[in-house]
Write a protein that binds this ligand. Structure first.
Ligand code: ADP
Ligand code: MG
Length: 258
């Protein structure tokens, strides 16, 4: 952040941002700020515009209208590689290069920026995601799904980003692995002082991990609440419909234990 920026300036600001694909309005005039240091979950049904909104932050998509500010600058005015070096990005189909080792996969971002990572730095990044240093020499197909996803997180952290964007990062994992990795990412968020925006269709995951939950529906943000607020019944009908699912499960389980 520029030294003269006030410390409470938002890290990300969506300013009446829309994205249309032909007749489809994927994102519809979203205005929202995200404070540095917050952990925000973006929740909503499939097709509600979550991924599109996220991709406009790291300029994988350009707004049709409005603008997205990152650290006080319009993202479309920044050179995309420079922008993406400041933003870690983890997505579901993690996209490790199959013909490259774990170490080479982790180092790809810095390498594209002309920097090579030391063996010690690779080990440090693996340690952050609780993987043994000797996994560095393995190929992706020699890892479990959970280990691959951890490598994806390590890769996203390789450039010391301020911002971590995650798009359904744990969607393909079994529930136990998913839970452990979610908690690990939350701990890393604290330890590294990150700002994190995580897309998920799972309200339980959002309630457990985030400080703030944005609910999207048909391209619009229809709720902006804390987990406590949502659990207390705030956020409107669509948000409460999503909260009802894990709540009903928790109640059924609690009833079985009586
Ligand atoms: P979500 O991540 O919430 O599932 P998306 O942001 O992927 O939703 O998509 C929002 C809407 O935009 C959907 O109707 C989707 O079909 C459409 N869409 C997304 N990307 C494209 C694209 N590249 N071309 C055309 N339509 C798209
Ligand atoms: Mg999506």
């Amino acid at each position: 952040m520029p030294p003269d920026a006030s410390s409470d300036a938002p890290l990300i600001a969506f300013e009446t941002v829309s994205k249309v694909y032909g007749p489809v309005v994927a994102v519809d005039a979203v205005s929202r700020s995200i404070a540095a240091g917050s952990f925000v979950a973006l929740v909503g049904a499939s097709g509600s515009g979550k991924s599109t909104l996220l991709k406009m932050v790291n300029a994988l998509e350009a707004p049709s209208e409005g603008r997205v500010m990152f650290e006080g600058e319009d993202v479309t005015a920044l050179d995309p590689p420079t922008l993406r070096r400041r933003i870690g990005y983890v997505f579901q189909g993690i996209g490790l290069f199959p013909h490259m080792s774990v170490a080479e996969n982790i180092a790809i971002g810095p390498r594209l920026g002309g920097e090579s990572l030391t063996r010690a730095r690779i080990a440090e990044l693996l340690e952050l995601v609780e993987l043994e240093a000797d996994l560095a020499a393995r190929m992706p197909d020699e890892l479990s799904g959970g280990q691959r996803q951890r490598v994806g997180v390590a890769r996203a952290l390789a450039n010391d980003p301020h911002l971590l964007l995650m798009d359904e990062p744990f969607g393909a994992l079994d529930p136990i692995t998913r839970d452990a990795l979610g908690e690990r990412v939350r701990a890393l968020h604290e330890r590294l002082g990150l700002t994190t925006v995580m897309v998920t269709h799972d309200m339980a995951e959002a309630l457990l991990l985030a400080d703030r939950v944005l609910v999207m529906d048909a391209g619009c943000i229809v709720a902006d609440e804390t987990p406590g607020g949502l659990l207390a019944g705030k956020g409107g009908e669509i948000a409460q419909g999503l909260v009802a699912v894990p709540r009903a499960q928790a109640e059924k389980l609690a009833a079985m234990e009586r």
